[in-house]
Design a protein around this ligand. Structure first.
Ligand SMILES: *Cc1c(COP(=O)(O)O)cnc(C)c1O
Length: 458
């Protein structure tokens, strides 16, 4: 019988992360005065050992033993050949996926949550704060904190807090404290509640609350944690692509195409950056980050300097951005509704090394159902964006009669997102094209900031 899954032994989990900063040139983050920020300016927010990783240009960074001990709960994750999907599409393409839904919270997110909890613990931190939208990141950090005996405080966007009660229960099972945002626990939260008591909340507000809760704790033992976008988050996720490369090597395969969905960019970068490294060293392959057409950060938004949060507390980051005042359009891929994008991913797109794609909501759910009915796994709505691109390219391979090797990141399962599938199956979801006027509006807002240079890494 043909092999369906390719496993590695626990000894074969990579011992080092790949740091793409060793191979690319970046515009620096800027402070409020328009000058590059110095690392110590971030010290009230993040522990120094993570700040060092954020700015490191060392190509290979050792994964600490204590981090490997926890990653081994579910890593190495399987690489799976999607034979049944290939049959359903009648394609000559060979399709492989890296399945990250096997982690305790059900997505790729604990790959960085575990590393961040470890480095905070090492630095003497006792308590982490964070925000969560749909609840994936909040549960990943809750799990990671429980592994290292840290307290965890999660500010969850009000509307999700009310609509997704089971995420709260997951966090509570891991001992975390989750409150709806805006809350009465922070100045930012109280101020917003006074102005609009019935607000559904937003990721931007929740970030402000989580940062405030960290920096105002007088014990000095609290820090803030972010689940995507930043360089050190991309770094921790590269364990995905490094494992995938070893697994493909074992069966004598190498991808022609690498695909991942992109919200803040971390699961995409985790799979893709080790292959970007190969591309720098002469390999020829196509690499696609995939986003919702309703939130077209990489495909339509300008490459500009912008804040990571809504009220402008963070430094200016060089990235593709829909503008920090972006209001998420009505759609269910909660984890992909972010105005910005990882600066590293943005830089590689600006250089033409990655080719971003966007798909409409209905096509993504259709791809999700096709996978559930062939491969069996129910995918997260975010993952469905990668699936829509896979289906598209597999059909193209059929038309062209080409034996393409396609590798994608199955970033998480969708078993806690059944409400969204319920809406889709009931015919209540529609496509939404992001209006051109909104892009023009963002360009105008971003004009107030310096412009990043179009630098070439090679
Ligand atoms: C959060 C999430 C994403 C999007 O975040 P990235 O940082 O872009 O990876 C994608 N898939 C799943 C399952 C998620 O939970």
């Amino acid at each position: 019988m043909e092999t369906k899954k390719v496993f590695l032994t626990e000894d074969e989990i990579p011992r080092q992360w790949y740091n793409v900063l060793a191979d690319i040139k970046m515009n620096p983050p800027l402070g409020p005065d328009g000058n590059p920020i110095s690392p110590d300016m971030l010290a009230p927010v993040f522990p120094m050992n993570l700040i060092e990783q954020e700015v490191s240009s060392e190509r290979w960074i050792d994964i600490p033993e204590e981090v490997l001990r926890v990653l081994r709960i579910w890593r190495p994750s399987p690489l799976v050949r999607a034979y049944e999907l290939e049959k359903a599409l009648d394609t000559p393409a060979r399709i492989y996926y890296k399945y990250e839904g096997v982690s305790p919270p059900g997505s790729h997110k604990p790959n960085t949550a575990v590393a961040q909890a470890y480095y905070n613990k090492e630095f003497g931190i006792k308590r982490l704060t964070t925000e969560t939208g749909a609840g994936q990141w909040g549960s990943a950090l809750s799990f990671a904190c429980s592994q290292f005996g840290l307290e965890c405080k999660v500010f969850m966007v009000r509307i999700s807090f009310d609509q997704k009660p089971y995420r709260k229960t997951m966090m509570a099972n891991w001992g975390a404290n989750c409150v709806a945002s805006p809350s009465t626990e922070t100045k930012a939260g109280r101020q917003i509640l006074e102005q609009s008591p019935d607000t559904p909340g937003s990721l931007g507000i929740a970030i402000s609350e989580a940062i405030e809760a960290a920096v105002t704790d007088e014990s000095g033992e609290t820090r803030y944690s972010l689940g995507s976008v930043l360089n050190h988050v991309m770094l921790h996720q590269t364990v995905i692509g490094l494992e995938a490369k070893k697994q493909m090597e074992k069966i004598g395969e190498y991808p022609d195409v690498v695909i991942g969905c992109a919200g803040g960019g971390s699961n995409f970068a985790g799979l893709a950056f080790p292959f970007v490294y190969d591309k720098f060293n002469g390999k020829d392959l196509d690499i696609h980050p995939v986003e919702p057409a309703a939130c077209p950060t990489l495909t339509r938004a300008p490459f500009a300097y912008d804040h990571g949060d809504t009220i402008g507390m963070t430094p200016l980051l060089p990235m593709h951005s829909l503008g920090h005042t972006f209001v998420p359009p009505p759609m269910h891929a909660g984890g992909l509704r972010y105005h910005g994008m990882a600066p590293t991913v943005s830089q590689l797109v600006d250089e033409g090394l990655l080719e971003p794609k966007a798909y409409n909501q209905l096509a993504t759910y259709e791809a999700g159902l096709l996978v559930a009915r062939s491969e069996g796994f129910i995918s997260a709505p975010e993952t469905n964006h990668a699936l829509a691109c896979v289906v598209d390219l597999a059909r193209k391979a059929k038309e062209e009669g080409k034996e393409k090797v396609i590798l994608f990141n199955f970033s998480g399962h969708g078993v806690i997102d059944l409400g969204a599938y319920e809406q889709f199956l009931a015919g209540n979801l529609t496509d939404y094209e992001y209006p051109a006027e909104e892009i023009e509006e963002a360009e105008k807002i971003l004009e107030q900031y310096p412009k990043p240079e179009h630098v070439k890494s090679r």
